[in-house]
Structure formats: C-alpha cells, structure tokens
Ligand binder design. Structure first.
Ligand code: SF4
Length: 896
C-alpha cells in the first residue's frame, strides 16, 4: 500500500486527503487525520474522490482545429497566435481567464507571463465570481486582503454568525467542526442569516430569513444598536481605527432602530432584537460570510458593514472572534495571493508605482503592467466587441458559469483565437476552442493551494500523467519560451516556481506587506515535497506560520489604522417587475461541484440531486399552475431554462432557487448561467449572481419519459434531457414537445442506432390511445440466460415508474423470469416501495428507508439513525437532512 498525502480539489475548506493505492492498483481516499483543516473528516464529495479518477471524457492529446497534433505544434500555434495578436493589436487585445482550480504555481507563471511579459493585466480568475467582494472589502478596511481568522476560531467562539452561507452543504467539514464544538460547548450559538431555509438552519439557534440584498441594512442596524447600548470598545477604536463616526452616521441614517431595521430586512422585529442582543452580549463572535454576501452588486458594502461591527467592538485578531470569509474554491486564496485577479499585481502587491517598479525589478521582465486589467464580465464583453482577439481559458468553464452565458458563448464563437487548457475535453467551453491543451488533473498535479484560513497545503501527484497531459505551469512556461521569454521561465518543477514566488513575497517587504512566506524560499526539492500545511505569513519571526492576523490592531493601511466604511444600503440593481416577478437565487447542491465535470463521474454523488431543479414556494407554484415534480420554464430577457419543480415551503414567496451545476454536457436546456444578470459590484466587479428577476411558468411537454441503459447514449435531440451516471448504468430523464410517434421504432433507433440489432430481444408495451410506451431490450448470453441492456418508459405525464428497481436490473448480470414478467410494468414483484431521494451518499441510504426505520424502531436522534443504518456516520454531510427527516417523521407520528 502506497499512501500519498494531498489536498481535496473542491471547496475552500482545503481538507487533507490520504490517497492510498492497493496491491491491485485501485485507489482509495480517506481524510488525513493530521491535516489541521479537517482532522480526518471529509464530506461526501471528498469521500468519493477515488470514483472520479477514470479517464472518461479526459482530454489526453493536444488538438488544433479539432485534429490531434504534437505538443510542439500546439505550443507554436498558441504562442504564435498570441504574439501575432500582440503585434497587430497591442497588449490589450489578449487575455487569460483562469481558475481557482489552478495551483498557486500555475497562477504565478500565468500572471508573470501576462503582466510581466505581455504587459497587460488582462488576466482574471473565475474566483471573481466567488469571493472578489471579500477581497475588496478587506482592502478597504484593512489596507490588504487579509483574512484574520483560523478555523479553530469557529470552535473557540461563543457565537457563530453565518451570513449568506449554506455551510452545511458548501463547506461541510467546517459545518461538522462547528457542530462538534456545539456538543462540547453548549453555550455556543449559531445564527443563520439567509433568505432561504437551508440545511444549515436545521442546526442553527436562530434563522433570519432576510429579504434578498438587505444584509447591509441588518449590519448597519447592528452597528447603531451596539453604539446605543454602549458596546463600543473605545480603547480599541481610538487606538487602531479611523472613521467610526461617519460609519455610525450613515448607519443611523438608514437603520436607526430595531423596528426600522426589521422592516428594511423583511424580518420579525423580535428576531432582529434577539440577534442584536446575542451579538452585543458575546465577546467571542465569528461572523462568517460567503457567496450570499459576495455575489451581489453591493457585495463589498456588505463585507464592510460586517467588518464595521467587529471593529466597533474590537473583536478581531484574537482567539474565537473576527470577520471570516469562506472561499468557494480550493485555491481561490492562492489565486488572490499570486495575482490571479486583474486588479492585483503579485504576492499581494497592487498597482502603486512602488509595487509596479519592485515587481518588475524582481522579475527582470521587459515590460510590466502598471494598471488593472479587465475583470471577468468586462473581459468577455471585450471579447464580444472585438477588443480582445485572443483568449486562453484555463481550467474553467465560462460558457456555463458566467452570467449572461449566451452572450459569452456568442463572443467566444466569433473570437479569432480561443485556447482552452483543461483536463476534461468535453466541457461546453472546450467546444469553442481553436486549440485544446490537455492539462493534468487532480492526482496527477503537483503544487500548493491555500485554503480559507490562509493555510498553504501541498497537492501531490499519486498517478502518472495520462496520454500527453502536462501540468498547467509547464504548458504556460512552454508558450512563454516560444514567445521569446525562455530565460524568465526556467522552471523544471513546481518547487522552482514556489521558491521564486516565496522570494517575491519577502522582497523588500520588512513587514510592510501582509503576505510574506519568504522563509519558504529556501526550500529544496525534498523540503518542498515534505512541506506540511502552514498558515501564512511564514517568516523568520513566525517560522511555524501564523494562526491569526491583525492581532493587536496592526493593519496595513497608510496610517496603520483600520478603516470604518460608511455604508448606505443599496438594493439589488434589477428589481422584479410585472413581466419578471420572481427573484432567482443561485447556489450549490451538497454532492456536486461547479459544472460537474468531475463529481458527475461518481454514481453515488449523482443520487442525491439527479436533475436540475427549481425550488419554489408551494403557494407561488399553485398560483402559476406549476406541479410539484413537474417541469417549469424560467425565462427572462437573457435566456431560458427548464428545471424540475421542487415545492419548498422554507423559501420566501416571490423567490426561486436554482443550483448552478448543469451544463450541456449533462442536460439540455438546463443551464442557469443563461438567465443570470451580469450587473456588478462597483468595487469588486463581482456579478450579482444571487438576484436576477425571472418569469416562471409550467412547462407541459407532450410526453415525459426516462431511459436506462448500460451504454452512454446521445439523447440531445430531446427538448429536456438529463444524463445521470449510475452504478453500471446511465439514466436519462426526458421530456419533449413532439407529438406521439412510432415509439417502438423510436426506441430501437435510439438504443441501437440506424442498424436494427437482430440479436436483441425486445419487449414492448404500447397504449397508443393513452400515449404510453414501455420497451425493454434484452441481450442473450452464451449460457442461455439474458440480460437487460436498456429500457425506456414514455407517458403523457411525469407519473412514471420508480427508477431504482429497473436500474438495479440493468446493473445485474442476468434478469430472472420473475423480473422479466414485471419488467414492462416497471414495478418490482414484491416490495413496491418508492424509496425517494438518496440522503446518505456514503452508504446509499434513501429517504424511504430512513423514515421507515425511524417509525419502526422509534428512533429519537440522528446518532440512533447512524447506529441503525450507518447513515451520517462517515462524512456527516447528510446529518442536517437526517435531523429534518427525524423531526418530520416524529411530528407526523405524534400528529397521527
Ligand atoms: S469540505 Fe468536502 S469538498 Fe471541501 S475540501 Fe473538504 S472534502 Fe473537499
């Protein structure tokens, strides 16, 4: 058994992972008990990492114009294309759009090539969509993008305030840490501020279902209340801050009382008063903010409204307290450190003349960008209007994830040179690429990432590079060399890059800049390979790293004082109206990551939320005629999509929620990005992904259906189709507007292609009058038995047989006589139970089993469910769902 210590490639928690290869070559993963971020825990996504390592859909060879070419030709095509564009149109005509999936070393060389050699800052990262408002808020208040807290502070606090964060699903291991701390310290309270009632609320003491976009009003109200109730830490404010009077004045103008604040926020006055009192009475408060705060046209103001409250009470820089931004991606922090944002230079340096001169002198590059470049939305607008003529997209999928994604697609379609480097070859964005470059994937890459608590961890390779895939840093360096900058990119491995980057962080620093890892600049290859997780800064003064920043009121503004920012609450830019009356909120599901290119490979991760869905309040749905589990169409001026309706009483009326994940790769007509408005925060450039007006209507296709097959099929001709990988089968959910047709023929053509397979045995049930068709294709085996190869069920309504039993038949080697007899009914011979959605992805425990067991065994706790069914005993991600089912089932029983 070989064990490699590495880091999870998904969210910003940055969990340590032990990847173990057995004698048979199979890989397993488990949480690293020695990694300080997770202490051995992993969530459902991390637990399933070993299921995502296959080479299906991988891009393994370089391609130009869709043809496989040598690396030499590919590098030459990219370098010459960028050089020609530069010569003819200048530095502003080229751009890199990069990703929080890149390692810090990749980010560093991409940034050096763009800002130091090409001479433009047109490099921006998809982290712009995720946390750039936190960056802007930190810089306004602290002078630098400094995250003061450690994860340990969540456990040391007596009050954790979660703002715009479904922590239970999006940062599950931190949620588990908070829950474990609550068990140890029953006085630790959790307040959850979120327009939606999410799984996180199941384990919170107070949920404030705030009106969308009203966070600034709430924290302005809190600031006033703290001042009125003499909770100002005068000593701290006088010694270490500036501008608190102006901030209080602005807050007073908007939210002078609890009542005004509650009205502005759409909240119950007594709930607001409770929150204010808890915050005021508790010295150890951590306020966590995430995408619900950041993804807003007032995201930066929201961050500063929160920070203002911590500065006023002096609750920052000490154990158990502080404002704490949770990042979405595994290396969003590394990107903002290395200069992946168009408005940062490198190593947390800006475009101040002294920084520009210093970085150029350190790099010894021929040119240097001396001003910020185009941020993500503006970058794709520049592609659209032709200012940018060559763009290189690295490890990200903007054709799906960018707001107004249809415009982004149209822009890429006409861009003269689009380069995509990615490990996956079938992404929506890769379709627009003239050049496709195969990049190394997780398990093959080597480098570092930084998590939300500033902890730098190593991602280590434990698999060989497949095909001709290469690490991103090497691809970028090869292009740089071909463009004439070989001596500036002499790197032979990730360590060479890391030590240069570490040297830059300490170059002429002397404590003036927060980001300093200069002690690591002397690491040799063995030291880099052995690097243990460490929180920056790492210097001679703090060789073991730094748990907390901004301690003792040491800030990085010109006068070393933190700045209060006066906040005037601004609502979302686009308000709902008669034509588009619903507010579209966006987010994630528990078991998928981004555009699903990797997580959708793991069958167990697809079972929890297999289809794109829209959560809608039942009263709104009733008024519209949308049925629970029926299909709905969401539309606005930007685009439209279809999704399965989920009635959600915990949603505010007038709002709908849709997850971000589905792309053309996995569904048809189900891309959320097509509808999302691209209005931005004026400071951070972060799009308002949480608030877009839309119309919602029932979608009534002529037929609904599903298909189960051992093979992957092309169902893209259907109006609504979703592809779901199961355990030894593919499942397709379908709906279409076409009239009834010759279903047996349709099924044969879809499942066999134009050549009708004479060897296959077909079972058909057709009720043309009712518009129902059930078909099954069986294959004879050499031993005389037969196997179910595929089956299809069509009906005029969504009421179709449950999929679980049929999927189990496909996964089996053979089908027995009894199962054959029941096959076309689609119902199992005996236990005709629809067990509902999967709850525990780790042990495959579904809703029906859990509810039945709670009733039959009279279970009274989540722990008891775990002891009986194992559900929730591995990663723990489903514990909030278990608690909800427990409460609902027991309430139902008591009511009965
Ligand atoms: S919480 Fe889950 S997704 Fe996030 S880093 Fe840990 S294991 Fe990965």
């Amino acid at each position: 058994m070989t064990t490699t210590r590495t880091t999870c490639p998904y969210c910003g928690v940055g969990c340590g992972v032990l990847a173990e290869s057995g004698a048979g070559g199979g890989m397993t993963v488990r949480g690293d008990p020695d990694h300080p971020a997770n202490l051995g825990r992993l969530c459902s996504k991390g637990t399933a990492l070993a299921d995502t390592l296959d080479l299906d859909d991988r891009l393994l060879y370089p391609e130009v114009a869709g043809e496989r070419v040598s690396w030499e030709t590919a590098i030459e095509t990219v370098a010459d294309g960028f050089a020609r564009t530069l010569r003819e149109h200048g530095p502003g005509s080229v751009a890199f759009y990069v990703s929080g999936q890149l390692l810090t070393e990749d980010y560093y060389v991409a940034n050096k090539l763009m800002k130091g050699c090409v001479g433009t800052s047109n490099i921006d990262t998809n982290s712009r969509l995720c946390m750039s408002s936190s960056v802007a808020g930190h810089k306004r208040a602290f002078g630098t993008d400094t995250v003061p807290c450690s994860y340990e502070d969540l456990e040391l606090a007596d009050l954790v305030v979660l703002v715009g964060s479904n922590t239970a699903w999006c940062h599950p291991v931190l949620f588990q840490r908070i829950q474990a701390a609550r068990k140890r310290n029953p006085s630790l309270r959790v307040v959850n501020i979120d327009p939606r009632r999410t799984e996180t609320c199941e384990e919170s003491d107070l949920h404030l279902p705030i009106a969308p976009g009203a966070d600034t009003a709430l924290f302005n109200g809190l600031l006033v209340w703290l001042a009125k109730n003499e909770k100002i830490d005068r000593t701290y404010v006088d010694a270490h801050t500036q501008g608190h009077e102006a901030a209080l004045e602005a807050a007073h103008a908007s939210c002078a009382t609890v009542a005004t604040t509650a009205t502005r926020c759409g909240l119950d006055e007594s709930d607001v008063a409770t929150f204010f009192e808890w915050f005021a009475q508790t010295q150890k408060v951590v306020t966590v903010y995430s995408q619900g705060v950041n993804q807003s046209s007032a995201g930066t103001d929201k961050v500063n409204a929160i920070i203002n409250c911590h500065l006023l009470t002096g609750r920052i820089g000490n154990p158990g307290m502080g404002p704490f931004s949770f990042t979405g991606q595994p290396n969003a922090m590394g990107g903002r450190e290395a200069g992946g944002l168009a408005n940062m230079l490198a190593a947390h340096m800006d475009f101040a003349p002294a920084d520009v001169e210093r970085v150029q002198r350190f790099w010894n590059t021929p040119v240097i960008a001396d001003k910020p470049g185009l941020k993500a939305v503006d970058m794709f607008r520049a592609v659209e209007d032709g200012r940018i003529k060559a763009i290189w997209i690295m490890a990200t999928n903007p054709a799906v994830s960018m707001p107004e994604a249809e415009r982004v697609r149209a822009a890429l379609e006409k861009c003269p040179l689009v380069v995509v480097s990615d490990c996956i070859g079938t992404t929506d964005s890769a379709r627009y690429a003239h050049v496709r470059l195969p990049a190394a994937a997780w398990g093959e890459k080597d480098g570092t990432v930084t998590n939300s608590e500033r902890r730098i961890s190593r991602q280590r390779a434990f698999l060989p590079l497949p095909g001709e895939a290469r690490p991103d840093w090497r691809i970028i360096s090869d292009v740089a060399a071909r463009m004439g900058f070989a001596e500036l990119f002499p790197y032979t491995c990730a360590r060479d890059i890391f030590v240069e980057y570490a040297s830059l962080s300490g170059f002429e620093n002397n404590g003036a800049r927060d980001f300093d890892i200069s002690l690591l600049s002397t690491l040799d290859k063995a030291g880099y390979d052995a690097l243990a997780p460490v929180q920056w800064p790492v210097t001679a003064d703090c060789p073991q790293g730094t748990a907390r920043m901004l301690t003792g009121g040491r800030f990085f503004t010109d006068n070393k004082r933190a700045r209060f920012i006066p906040i005037t609450p601004q609502g979302p830019v686009n308000a709902p109206d008669a034509q588009f009356p619903f507010v579209l909120n966006t987010g994630r599901v528990r078991d998928q990551w981004h555009t699903m290119t990797r997580t959708a490979k793991a069958p167990r991760l697809n079972a929890h939320s297999p289809e794109p869905f829209v959560e809608i309040h039942p009263d709104d749905a009733a008024a519209l005629g949308v049925a629970d589990n029926g299909l709905a169409r969401l539309s606005n001026a930007y685009g439209s999509m279809l999704a399965r309706a989920h009635f959600t009483p915990g949603l505010r009326r007038g709002s709908v929620f849709v997850p971000i994940h589905w792309s053309d790769q996995f569904a048809r007509n189900a891309r959320l990005g097509a509808l999302v408005n691209s209005v931005n925060d004026p400071y951070s450039g972060q799009p308002e992904l949480k608030h877009t007006p839309v119309a919602v209507a029932p979608y009534a296709p002529r037929w609904h259906g599903f298909l189960l097959s051992r093979r992957r099929l092309d169902v893209s001709a259907t109006t609504y189709s979703v592809s779901i990988k199961g355990d030894r089968f593919w499942r397709y959910e379908l709906a279409d507007d076409t009239s009834a047709q010759d279903w047996p023929r349709w099924a044969r053509e879809l499942l066999c292609g134009p050549q009708i397979d004479a060897k296959a045995e077909w079972l058909d049930y057709l009720d043309a009058g009712q518009g129902r068709y059930h078909g099954a294709r069986l294959l004879a085996r050499t031993d005389g038995s037969s196997a179910l190869e595929s089956c299809v069920f069509i009906a005029p309504t969504p009421e179709l047989p449950p999929r679980t039993w049929l999927a189990g038949l496909i996964a089996r080697e053979t089908i027995d006589v009894e199962a054959r007899m029941h096959l076309l009914a689609g119902i199992a011979p005996r236990a005709q139970v629809n067990n509902g959605p999967m709850v525990c992805a780790c042990f495959g425990v579904d809703t029906g089993t859990i509810c039945r067991t709670i009733r039959e065994r009279n279970l009274t706790s989540v722990e008891a469910i775990g002891e009986t069914l194992r559900a929730g005993t591995n990663c723990g991600s489903c514990k909030p769902a278990l608690k909800k089912l427990l409460d609902e089932t027991r309430t139902g029983r008591e009511a009965a």
